[in-house]
Design a protein around this ligand. Structure first.
Ligand code: HEM
Length: 240
């Protein structure tokens, strides 16, 4: 007789109601979806903010300075983002490990099971792209947020010259190439992530699913390309 695989007990009655909700399958889906959407919103805003460098160093530094001057509000947003990354990553790994354990036999060939299958390279590589993105984030913060502080004058005030740092970094080919690879993976992650986050929070009825799937592709591509143009514009000398 084939031994039955026992699913892990995610509905344990112990702990606070919040902890029990987090442990439940529906709670996990909801938390991954909500944190994923929060992070996707951040990357969209961050990508648009970066494009200000096309308007000049002053515009970019003024924007960064404006953000920095938000003070406690900025710290609160950063705190929320950090918690979102940790929860999103932890549940992502948990779901991945759970799926691998539950699968008695690994599929050797991935095939669409019909028109409505949303399996793709992007959905199958979420754990890889997600892991690379977390590693990237650590290096990215070390390069920029905690990188060198160049002072500059902005309307009589001394502010951080982040524009100079960004230009300095992307004059180096290894950085521009490395960022290009990571941004490709970001696009791949968002391609499945955006669509699936809406699905996880129960916002997609069957009728609008194909449209949402298409919009997810367009948004993911726009975000990755929007980020990519800056390093290459700098490297090619279009921005100095
Ligand atoms: C060409 C691409 C990118 C450029 C030029 C860029 C530039 C920057 C700069 C200059 C900062 C420092 C801001 C400050 O200290 O005020 C920063 C912070 C940050 N970046 Fe990026 N970034 C890029 C891509 C990304 C991507 C793809 C992600 C996420 C996947 C990301 C996530 C972050 C985060 C989380 C912070 C910290 C924000 C904060 O603490 O306020 N960045 N980035």
């Amino acid at each position: 007789m084939t031994p039955l695989l026992k699913a892990p007990d995610t509905t344990s009655a112990t702990g606070s109601p919040l902890l029990r909700f987090y442990r439940s399958a529906i709670g996990k889906k909801l938390v991954t979806g909500v944190t994923g959407l929060a992070l996707a919103t951040f990357v969209l805003v961050h990508m648009l903010g970066n494009l200000l460098l096309f308007l000049g160093h002053q515009s970019y530094n003024a924007y960064a300075h404006h953000l920095a001057s938000l003070g406690p509000l900025l710290y609160a947003i950063e705190g929320v983002l950090l918690v979102a990354v940790l929860l999103h990553g932890a549940i992502g790994v948990e779901i991945y490990v759970g799926k691998r354990r539950a699968r008695a036999e690994q599929y050797q060939v991935y095939r669409s099971v019909g028109e409505n299958s949303y399996q793709s390279l992007s959905s199958r590589t979420m754990i890889v792209s997600g892991t690379v993105l977390v590693g990237f984030l650590v290096a990215h913060l070390a390069t920029f947020k905690f990188g060198p502080y160049y002072p500059t004058d902005l309307n009589g005030e001394t502010v951080r010259d982040l524009a100079r740092l960004v230009v300095e970094v992307f004059h180096k080919l290894p950085y521009t190439l490395g960022y290009s690879m990571v941004l490709g993976l970001l696009g791949l992650h968002l391609r499945h992530g955006i669509w699936s986050a809406f699905q996880s929070i129960g916002a997609l009825q069957a009728g609008i699913r194909p449209a949402a799937y298409g919009i997810s592709l367009v948004l993911a591509g726009a975000i990755a390309l929007g980020f990519l143009v800056l390093p290459w514009a700098i490297y090619l000398g279009w921005i100095d």
